[in-house]
Design a binder for this molecule. Structure first.
Ligand code: ADP
Length: 419
């Protein structure tokens, strides 16, 4: 006997909203075939010249641009709703099933995507001290969307949720337990939507059930994080109480001796805010060589630029340390998956991070690796193996798709609640 089919519904579209502190990204997807109907971005919200770029993907219409002052997220989202409306895809369309919101911090409270009501909003608000830049922007997106269409289901999809399966010994910092508990200081991890999607896609690429494989996921974008995923569940990740811990990133330091902070405050006379700005905005690749774009760093180091070469080496050295330590955490590794801007596009980073790990069963086939590093690669955006055919551990490039994952999780929540 087959399982009962989900209740038929005409509402099959999900609008995904990702509200940053001064930006709003959106995509409208149709869940019958995961196709994109529209996508766009509002930048510089709160400044004198905000810019809205809207692509009507369902029609052959041209990309539209609007430059206007959007003082806040409410004004920005209203402008987005008007653009969607002009394409017949407005927020009051009966085909729209829900809005899925990316919410950065769900603390220990939110372990899965959650239908938003007043209680959930209050809980997200309570987490603001843990994500003072991100959660308020996410909340602004949610409250505005609710005001525009109060009857439409809204779902919060948390960046931290996938990591809530981490065992306590991985999530705990070795500091005074009472202080840690009082201030909710523990390792939460971020980019969870991407780690969930990529680890599952990697299992698919291997032709295995996610429950049967162990994967190390390396999400290398401007922000970067690693995770160890055992049988579909996260057991360790590199970001901590904030996204500052772990790998070397575009402008963030990643791991550092915490006493560097005391030193800079006591000896260099810097304020806490100045050190915060240093470690988050003037560190990482940019701090080491002045550039935070891996394309530029690779080009400069090929031309013999010493600072760019060192930045590349520091970045790759940290990455390799994480691959080794996550290998030890997992015990058995079936695949290492590279994803996000650097992971999907930089063949030199992938080759250097895996070089010398043959005794762990890890190696990269240079031809496969180079081929999948080119934008015009025949593999396009598909997940693909870059390890040799007889490799003991697969090495893969697996393009991430956080919007699709948020849309799917959102649709699953409302399908469950309306069943
Ligand atoms: P975000 O974290 O902002 O979502 P992305 O995942 O889009 O970032 O990654 C952006 C980064 O990807 C850029 O800063 C750049 O370093 C890197 N990147 C993009 N394209 C390439 C490329 N062809 N080669 C090397 N690095 C690239």
């Amino acid at each position: 006997m087959t399982a009962a089919a989900p209740a038929p519904t005409r509402a099959t579209r999900v609008l995904v909203l990702n509200s940053g502190s001064s930006s709003l990204k959106y995509q409208l997807l149709d869940m019958t075939d995961d196709s994109r109907l529209a996508a766009g971005l509002v930048e510089r919200i709160g400044e004198r010249q905000s810019r809205l770029t809207h692509s009507p993907l369902a029609s052959d219409g041209d990309r539209r641009e609007r430059v206007a002052p959007f003082p806040d997220h409410e004004a920005a989202l209203k402008a987005v709703a008007a653009e969607l409306d002009a394409d017949g895809l407005g927020l009051d369309s009966p085909a729209l099933a829900a809005i899925g919101h990316r919410v950065v911090h769900g603390g220990q409270r939110f372990t899965r995507p959650t239908l938003i009501d007043d209680t959930v909003l209050a809980e997200i608000e309570r987490l603001v001290p843990l994500a003072p830049l991100h959660n308020p922007a996410n909340l602004a997106g949610i409250t505005t969307a609710r005001a525009l269409n109060p009857g439409l289901p809204q779902v919060a999809v948390f960046d931290t949720a996938f990591h809530t399966t981490m065992p306590e010994h991985a999530a705990r910092y070795a500091i005074d337990a009472a202080t840690a508990d009082a201030h909710r200081v523990r390792r939460y991890g971020f980019h969870g939507t991407s780690h969930a999607y990529v680890s599952r896609k990697t299992a698919e690429l291997l032709g295995e059930d996610p429950a049967g494989v162990n994967v190390i996921v390396l999400h290398l974008g401007n922000g970067a994080s690693a995770s160890a995923v055992a049988a579909g569940r996260c057991v360790e990740t590199s970001m901590g109480v904030t996204p500052l811990e772990g790998l070397v990133m575009g402008t963030r330091s990643g791991d550092i001796d915490p006493a560097v902070v005391f030193h800079l405050v006591r000896v260099a006379g810097m304020s806490v805010d100045e050190v915060d700005e240093l470690l988050n905005k003037r560190s990482g690749l940019r701090g080491l060589c002045g550039d935070n774009d891996m394309r530029e760093i690779s080009r400069r180091s090929e031309e013999g630029d010493e600072a760019a070469r060192l930045a590349f080496d520091v970045y790759v050295h940290r990455l390799k340390k994480y691959i080794g330590s996550y290998y030890a955490v997992l015990g058995r590794v079936d695949a290492v998956a590279f994803t996000a801007g650097v992971g999907e596009n930089s063949a030199p980073v992938r080759a250097a991070a895996i070089a010398g790990l043959e005794t762990l069963g890890l190696s990269v086939d240079p031809v496969r690796n180079e081929a999948s590093g080119r934008a015009d690669s025949p593999a396009g955006g598909a997940a693909r193996l870059i390890s040799p055919a007889d490799a003991r551990v697969a090495v893969a490039v697996v393009p991430t798709d956080e919007e699709l994952e948020i849309a799917q999780q959102t649709y699953a929540v409302i399908s469950r609640t309306s069943a």
